[in-house]
Design a binder for this molecule. Structure first.
Ligand code: AMP
Length: 186
């Protein structure tokens, strides 16, 4: 099984939870651009200063900045034999940038699918539980809109390359996890 994997899916599909479990099971680094940006915001770094307002609005951090960050990260020694990218690429420009990275040739793209009303419900629940500052209703709607406009085109892009695998994101964490592992192994 090739282990250069991208997880694709709308916010709230349970992508992050599953990405962490699958990366652990496959023994590859879990690289979440959202987590990198949140850490940067928390540490008040220069990157954090740039990302903060953009994230709070539910918009995307500029492609060049995000792609440079990922190029550096997947070039690190722990990513040589594989990685699981969670939340990148999110635009066609980012997908093109990934293509041109030394270690950027993908083996699998996994799409976690969930119905939209379920997504909003999940995101609102998560907002109440963990207090993510970009999980209020206005931002949630904006993030879904950004997903549809900018990220969803990647589904066709990777489908055309024969890399896409679709998995139903509805169900318990354990069920979805086994569906994903099954799909990656087949
Ligand atoms: P996530 O945790 O993946 O939902 O990401 C949280 C936020 O970080 C997003 O709403 C964006 O503002 C920003 N972000 C994460 N990944 C990317 C990316 N690949 N491109 C641009 N912005 C991103």
């Amino acid at each position: 099984m090739g282990r250069r994997i991208v997880f694709l899916g709308p916010p709230g599909a349970g992508k992050g939870t599953q990405a962490a479990l699958v990366a652990n099971a496959l023994n590859v680094p879990h690289i979440s651009t959202g987590a990198i940006f949140r850490a940067a915001v928390a540490s008040r770094s220069e990157l954090g200063e740039q990302a903060q307002a953009i994230m709070a609005a539910g918009d995307l951090v500029p492609d060049t900045l995000t792609s440079a960050l990922v190029a550096e990260r997947i070039g690190e020694p722990d990513a040589v034999c594989g990685y699981l990218l969670d939340g990148f690429p999110r635009t066609l420009a980012q997908a093109a940038a990934l293509d041109s990275m030394g270690n950027g040739r993908l083996d699998n793209v996994l799409l976690v699918e969930t119905a939209e009303d379920e997504l909003v419900a999940r995101l609102l629940r998560r907002a109440a539980e963990v207090g993510r500052s970009d999980d209020n209703e206005t931002t949630i709607r904006r993030r879904l809109e950004v997903y549809r406009e900018q990220t969803e085109p990647l589904v066709d892009f990777y489908q055309a390359r024969g890399l896409l695998r679709r998995v139903d994101g509805l169900g318990t964490v354990e069920h979805v996890f086994s569906r994903i592992m099954w799909s990656l192994a087949s």
